[in-house]
Design a protein around this ligand. Structure first.
Ligand code: R5P
Length: 310
């Protein structure tokens, strides 16, 4: 087994490496003066089971290109199997045509990864499970529940909890978590009654005097979560916390979350935290390294991954 890290999240790769007790294979990623990327794997990979760890997070296009070129380098180095380990799969939100003459970029990215020579993909909480079908190679789409559940159970041991989906699209994810921790479920239904009139947030479910836990796959601008927190509080929620898998947190999102009424926002390290995120008073990060490491080990040993989620 060979574990190799791209530039997107070196710290996560190091944590996975220590979990597995497998050293990171040296890999040089360089730029030509015109910014072309060059990748050189510094150890023999002939016949090896290789795992290249790279989230296609900001700057998404550079990290994607690094991943594709690294896969090509591994293929030409005669690796026996190449697994693209993508803790965060960028472009996933572009999973359908949103209008005439628009792309399905998630499918294009899946094609690129396959064409580059990946044999399989290991990822975490895809924006939509169906994206697995964009690939004609095996995709292991891990759930972050085994990471969040013990954390939630410990922190809110005696609280009256309600798990909340911040939009209708996230209901399945929220329901699964609510079931695992034995909590109630509520849903926020966003609606614009008339064009030009601001969005109305209807809370479906009873949240009065409850500790509300918003769950989502991505926090990007933070708008969805911060507005959901306001809606829940207006319905009498005692306090609002959020557990979100991928902390994209672009633009002024960290400031927005810091100034919001959210008591805590817990994200995973699928995307490397910036200094601003680390300094935010209400943002915490939990590591998915043991989960990714264990899944990689099971792939390598041809053992079940679904057992991890029972
Ligand atoms: C949407 O379908 C996703 O699940 C997230 O709710 C969304 O990407 C969050 O975006 P933002 O933080 O910009 O509101």
């Amino acid at each position: 087994m060979k574990l190799i890290s791209g530039n997107s999240n070196q710290q996560l790769s190091e944590l996975v490496s220590s979990y597995l007790d497998v050293p990171l294979t040296e890999c040089r990623i360089q730029r030509f003066s015109d910014n072309e990327i060059f990748v050189e794997i510094m150890e023999n990979v002939r016949g090896k089971d290789t795992f290249f760890v790279q989230s296609t997070s900001y700057p998404a296009n550079d990290h994607l290109m690094e991943l594709l070129i690294a896969i090509d380098a591994l293929k030409r180095g005669s690796a026996n199997r190449i697994t693209a380990v993508m803790p965060y799969f960028g472009y996933a939100r572009q999973d359908r045509k949103t209008g005439g003459r628009t792309p399905i970029s998630a499918k294009l990215v899946a094609n690129l990864i396959t064409a580059a020579g990946a044999d399989r993909v290991l990822t975490l909480e895809l924006h939509a499970g169906q994206i697995q079908g964009f690939f004609d190679i095996p995709v292991d789409n891990l759930s972050a529940a085994p990471v969040f559940v013990p954390y939630i159970e410990k922190k809110f041991k005696d609280a009256d909890i309600c798990v909340v989906s911040p939009d209708v699209g996230g209901v399945v994810r929220a329901r699964q978590l609510a079931k695992r921790i034995g909590a109630d479920l509520a849903i926020i239904d966003k609606r614009r009654e008339k064009a030009g009139v601001s969005e109305v947030m209807n809370v479906i479910g009873e949240v009065k005097d409850k500790v509300c836990i918003l769950v989502d796959d991505i926090v990007d601008s933070g708008g969805t979560l911060c507005n959901a927190a306001i809606a829940l509080e207006s319905q009498g929620a005692k306090e609002v916390h959020a557990y979100v898998v991928h902390g994209v947190l672009s633009g002024a999102a960290v400031e927005r979350v810091s100034k919001s009424t959210l008591k805590t926002l817990v994200i995973t390290d699928s995307i490397a935290a910036t200094e601003e995120m680390k300094a935010a008073p209400n943002i915490e990060q939990v590591s998915i390294a043991p989960l990714i490491g264990e899944a990689a080990r099971r792939i390598s040993e041809e053992r079940s991954i679904s057992e991890l989620f029972r």
